[in-house]
Design a protein around this ligand. Structure first.
Ligand code: ARG
Length: 299
């Protein structure tokens, strides 16, 4: 019997309470948001719903975190946790503005655990910050995590991630405040390429990427695409979902066998987020996790 491919499962949060009411990154300007807040809120609803519908059309399953008043950035569920092999390492946020999301995400993961979608929920030691998959992205082809540190996450979180997931972590220091979360500047693709914004990383960071990713597999994202958060893509099989994509980047990705689906997320760009930030994969399984599941099934 041929087993059917498991569905991708994402965590999302509807933008009922989304807005730009404070500034914790250079994209955020509460004054300009306030000038047009009704129209922007309506746009964010349309954009988010279209993104969700695209993912559903592509066969994904979507779980929702309840939206909450006063937590405008809760929509960026990529920041909720790092998830692999049905384990979740909950985020701890750098800025007080987002720290109130921690309990909310914790309750959401407890519910996922009760439903059997997550097996274990772990917390970071109190001294460390790590903003979930926003800064810690799983690279399935290389069986490793890329960790972006500096603005929002601590390099020292490396050891905890290695410990919890029993996986290698490559830490890259971030160097440009516009790319304050690593997921705005690096995206491992399903066929083994890594799409990244070179100048978002320090010299050492770039060198670490070059060491791990052979030149044919490196896709450098130009600054124009980067400033439209083109590297912040959701990968679903060979489909890459993103807010914007230049002709040049699209043709490079198409030549490599991908289909680019653009779905504008301009109101979220005003907060510094796009497609990847608005989602969190719950079903990623490492090779190790796969073997463990097979062993459990055979037992
Ligand atoms: N306004 C949010 C913040 O500054 C945006 C988060 C975007 N999320 C992401 N994974 N890059 O925290």
């Amino acid at each position: 019997m041929i087993a059917s491919a498991p569905k991708a499962r994402f965590l999302m949060c509807s933008p009922e309470h989304f807005g730009v009411t404070y500034a914790i990154n250079p994209w955020m300007d509460p004054k300009s948001w306030a000038c047009d807040d009704r129209a922007l809120a309506a746009a964010s609803h349309r954009e988010w719903t279209t993104l969700r519908n695209r993912l559903l059309e592509l066969g994904a399953t979507i779980e929702l975190v309840r939206a909450a008043p006063g937590l405008p950035d809760l929509v960026f569920t990529a920041n909720a946790a790092v998830v692999l092999d049905r384990k979740a390492l909950l985020a701890r946020f750098r800025h007080p503005e987002r720290q109130q999301e921690e309990n909310h995400f914790e309750s959401a993961f407890q519910l996922l655990q009760q439903r059997g979608l997550i097996e274990a929920v772990r917390r970071l030691p109190e001294s460390l910050v790590l903003e979930g998959a926003g800064d810690c992205v799983w690279d399935q082809s290389r069986s490793l995590f890329w960790l972006g540190y500096g603005p929002r996450s601590d390099a020292a979180a490396c050891d905890v991630i290695e410990d919890v997931f029993d996986a290698e972590v490559i830490a890259l220091e971030l160097a440009d405040s516009r790319f304050y979360h690593m997921d705005t500047a690096l995206c491992p693709l399903p066929r083994g390429e890594v799409m990244f914004v070179p100048d978002a990383f320090t010299r050492e960071g770039k060198a670490a990427i070059h060491e791990r990713v052979e030149s044919l597999q490196r896709i450098e994202v130009g600054i124009d695409d980067a400033c439209q958060l083109g590297a912040n893509a959701v990968c679903l099989g060979d489909v890459l979902v993103m807010s914007n994509c230049s002709d040049r980047l699209r043709s490079e990705l198409t030549q490599r066998g991908y289909r680019v689906v653009t779905t504008p997320l301009h109101s979220f760009l005003r907060s510094g987020g796009a497609a990847f930030c608005l989602t969190l994969r719950l079903d990623r399984v490492s090779e190790r996790g796969c073997i463990a599941t097979e062993d459990a099934a055979a037992a």
